[in-house]
Ligand binder design. Structure first.
Ligand SMILES: Nc1ncnc2c1ncn2[C@@H]1O[C@H](COP(=O)(O)OP(=O)(O)OP(=O)(O)O)[C@@H](O)[C@H]1O
Ligand SMILES: [Mg+2]
Length: 374
């Protein structure tokens, strides 16, 4: 807005200058020639009068031209948008970002970092996701970061990380969210924390499914459901994160006139329709949730490929083997639910997360652990 006002003022000043010049040159021409072919109505009172009249016109013309030039200089130099627009920049160092002290670097991705921070005024802990310096000025990366934050703000739910504020700083674009201790579920799988997983799997899955039901009900598809994007506390409390590629579920005419975007997602968890770049709805998240469940109970995703394309082909065509083959402690009912979520045809999956939740309330994930006789 400010930039537009400046531009308008500059144009106005230039216009003024042009009008002033043309008017001034016209006046000086008149002063030199006088009215053509007309005898003077009255004789001049004295011989010095025409000289005085000519001089006063030149003083007047000079003053107007000078004013025009000064106006133009003010508009061009002082009001020049790029110079006058002081961009609000935050104080940023390796220890501090604005009002926050940077405590622990939680992850460095391709475009961003996530930090655990402490608010200086209150001492409360938060998490900050910020673009890396080399990505901060790239419009596409900024758009993704702010998209993630804005969708997060729209989706306020106890099992989705709360976005507290968005800071559109030109040098360090970032957003502040609640810090959730405990790390992501992928780490626990990689660390083979099977006792923890057996104890909490049912609750983790219920809480994640509740959040995903809410996301879908609000008209969004997450598109990146996977163990890395589930934060889990030591008591099994769960929060869904990373709405970076969340997309509106197209409805009505939007389904037909949909702009085909880039294929996005994480290969090990992508639904066949996501791979084919078809319009998505909540059932795409159900497929990814099925792949996530598979990995939680077996330690491995449903498909592995020799190449990226091989992996994607398996999602499209290969029948997954039962998770019970990898882990016999998984109940038959849960294995069936997982395989149903992994159906290639979305019509054959549970049709909503409410259906998944109902099933999860009825069945057990793991069979009761047999106590060995002593
Ligand atoms: N609010 C939070 N509280 C605690 N840890 C968090 C929080 N947000 C993110 N993390 C940690 O940072 C990791 C990465 O976060 P996130 O999934 O948002 O980034 P990403 O989009 O996967 O990054 P990139 O796409 O740039 O690789 C999470 O798996 C988690 O370990
Ligand atoms: Mg992530």
């Amino acid at each position: 807005m400010y930039q537009r006002i400046c531009t308008a003022l500059r144009w106005l000043a230039l216009l003024l200058l042009a009008v002033t010049f043309s008017w001034a040159s016209q006046q000086s021409l008149c002063a030199q020639t006088g009215p053509p072919n007309l005898p003077p109505a009255t004789p001049p009172p004295s011989s010095s009068a025409p000289q005085q009249e000519g001089a006063s016109i030149w003083i007047y013309v000079g003053a107007v031209v000078a004013l025009g030039v000064i106006g133009a200089i003010i508009a061009l130099v002082v009001l020049q948008p790029n110079k006058s627009k002081k961009e609000p920049t935050l104080s940023y160092s390796s220890e501090r970002l604005g009002d926050y002290r940077l405590l622990n670097l939680l992850m460095t991705g391709q475009t961003s970092q996530v930090w655990e921070v402490a608010e200086i005024s209150s001492g409360r802990h938060f998490a900050i996701k910020m673009l890396l310096p080399e990505c901060a000025k790239v419009a596409e990366h900024r758009r993704f970061l702010f998209h993630e934050a804005e969708v997060g703000q729209q989706l306020a739910h106890p099992n989705i990380i709360r976005v507290v504020r968005i800071v559109r700083d030109p040098n360090v674009p970032h957003f502040v969210m609640d810090f959730f201790p405990g790390g992501n579920l992928k780490l626990r799988i990689l660390r083979k924390e099977w006792d923890f997983i057996k104890e909490h799997a049912q609750e983790i899955l219920k809480q994640a499914a509740t959040a995903l039901a809410f996301i879908n009900a609000k008209g969004w598809v997450h598109r990146d459901v996977k163990p890395d994007n589930l934060l889990v506390s030591s008591s099994g409390e769960t929060r869904v994160i990373d709405l970076a590629i969340a997309q509106r579920i197209p409805t009505g005419l939007a389904k037909i006139f949909r702009k085909k975007g880039k294929i996005q997602g994480t290969r090990s968890y992508m639904s066949p329709e996501q791979i084919r770049n078809e319009p998505l709805d909540g059932r795409a998240d159900i497929y990814s949730f099925g792949a996530t469940c598979y990995e939680i109970v077996t330690g491995r995703p449903p498909f592995r490929g020799t190449s990226a394309q091989d992996l994607l082909n398996k999602h499209l065509t290969e029948k997954p083997i039962s998770p019970r083959v990898h882990n016999p402690e998984v109940t038959e009912e849960f294995a069936q639910l997982v395989l149903q979520m992994l159906a290639k045809n979305k019509e054959h999956r549970p049709q909503s997360f409410h259906e998944v939740l109902m099933a999860l309330r009825k069945i057990r994930v793991f069979s009761a652990v047999k106590k060995s006789k002593t």
